[in-house]
Design a protein around this ligand. Structure first.
Ligand SMILES: O=C(O)CCC(=O)C(=O)O
Length: 272
């Protein structure tokens, strides 16, 4: 057995030494000195520069593939003094609680922020439901009316988020639960410390979930700012509020939405 192995090693060593010109063997000194440029087979792709939106206005941020995605930014929707007063009242008086979500494989995790829910219907996301709550705080009812008047849209529900400090966050997602219907309109009102609202476009199908080359936008959401997301925003884009490296004070975000009853199967279970 060992002699067979020895013969094979000898055979390979002989073959290698015959392939290498004797002048170059064991040294780089006489290696060829010219190099050829070969055009890469795939075109070179540039990573788009992140855009910033901070001025009031209507923005059509993309035209496809599903349709137009629109943002409306209204800084100063609330005056400083009323925003201050509402912020402290909502911070102290809303029933903030810690929601537990479930990953696909079933393991539980706590959301890195506090939330509460208002609406006649439950709201399910990340495999965990928020129960109906019809006891609208008077400040929230007033804000709902003001947001409806400004946007020209009606909303029957509200998800409230409390980011206690810069370590609280919400990860990349779209508000695309079936109960929101197709092309939902979301009105998002910010109170408290400024946090960056980031958007990234969904990758093309051929990029198979790789977000390296997608368009990105950042929007600093200041105290009293209203942001409307319309059209295909929840189909073609994702958003997040990332953790910050620097300290941040508390921030409340109120996202007004419309929830529809989910169709029931004959068995009585919800279709998802
Ligand atoms: O806090 C924010 O500005 C975003 C909240 C959000 O993305 C959500 O509630 O779905």
């Amino acid at each position: 057995m060992f002699s067979a192995l020895k013969n094979e090693i000898n055979r390979v060593e002989t073959a290698v030494s015959q392939d290498v010109p004797s002048s170059a063997a064991g040294s780089w000194k006489n290696a060829p000195r010219s190099f050829e440029f070969h055009q890469p087979a795939d075109p070179i792709r540039e990573i788009p520069v992140e855009k910033v939106i901070e001025n009031a206005g209507d923005y059509e941020i993309s035209q496809g593939p599903s349709g137009v995605s629109r943002l409306r930014l209204i800084p100063g929707f609330l005056q400083q003094e009323e925003a201050d007063w509402m912020f402290s009242k909502l911070l102290a008086e809303l029933p903030w609680s810690q929601k537990t979500n479930f990953r696909m494989m079933g393991d539980a995790y706590d959301e890195p922020r506090l939330t509460c829910w208002y609406g006649d219907l439950p709201y399910t996301y990340s495999r965990s439901a928020m129960q109906p709550n019809t006891q609208w705080h008077p400040v929230l009812s007033t804000l709902r009316l003001a947001v409806e008047q400004k946007s020209g849209h009606k909303f029957n529900s509200l998800l409230c988020n409390l980011y206690r400090d810069g370590k609280d966050s919400i990860g990349w997602h779209s508000d695309n639960e079936p109960s929101l219907g197709p092309e939902p309109i979301i009105a998002s009102l910010s109170l408290g410390d400024t946090r960056v609202f980031s958007l990234r476009k969904q990758p093309l199908p051929e990029d198979k979930g790789d977000y390296t080359y997608v368009e990105r936008i950042r929007i600093p959401l200041t105290h009293g700012t209203l942001l409307l997301m319309e059209g295909c925003m929840q189909v073609d884009w994702q958003h997040q509020v990332a953790k910050e490296y620097h300290d941040r004070g508390p921030r409340i975000n109120l996202t007004f939405r419309t929830i529809y009853p989910e169709p029931e199967r004959p068995s009585g279970r919800f279709v998802r």
